[in-house]
Design a protein around this ligand. Structure first.
Ligand code: NI
Length: 170
């Protein structure tokens, strides 16, 4: 396995709509394993393929506690098939936007349908942090970021900050 570089704002790739995965082959499974290693090293609870510059519809996730045993999951071509009316508020961070936290309200429970790493269709009912994280990662596949939940003024401030940071790192 290998750790991959995570792209950050203002990289325009983050605004890409990712394409469905056509084939689950050895290369794709290797990508998923590399994404898991990258996510654990960061550390983070989720990572979408586009964050390692691969515009394909998959993400990895592990919302288990630090003390619990790891629960790595790979979701390929995920879609939400139902959402609760009840909402859950969570302060979300993102590995592509270091040090930015945004309070976001999303459905508290969802049912997500996806293909696992063996190409088998799965349906999973998620709640709590898992439900929030899945919706966050799904947003990435459509080019959406946590700053899109901010007012335009605040969003522009964050974007300016990251542009400046990127210039100073050149
Ligand atoms: Ni993110």
């Amino acid at each position: 396995m290998a750790k991959l570089p995570i792209i950050k704002l203002p990289d325009p790739l983050l605004r890409t709509t990712s394409a469905p995965v056509e084939r689950i082959d050895a290369d794709l499974v290797r990508l998923a394993d590399d994404m898991l290693e990258t996510m654990y090293a960061a550390p983070g609870v989720g990572l979408a393929a586009i964050q390692v510059a691969v515009p394909k519809r998959l993400f990895v996730i592990d919302t288990s506690d630090d003390e619990a045993k790891p629960d790595p999951r790979v979701l390929i071509n995920p879609e939400i098939v139902s959402r609760s009316d009840e909402l859950r508020l969570h302060e979300e961070g993102c590995l592509s936007l270091p040090e930015v936290l945004v309070e976001i309200e999303r459905p508290a429970r969802i049912v997500v349908r996806y293909l696992d790493r063996h190409g088998k269709q799965q349906e999973h009912e998620a709640e709590g942090l898992m439900a929030t994280a899945i919706q966050h990662e799904l947003d990435h596949l459509d080019g959406k970021l946590i700053i899109d939940f901010l007012s335009r003024l605040k969003r522009d401030m964050v974007i300016r900050k990251f542009k400046k940071l990127a210039r100073s790192e050149m």
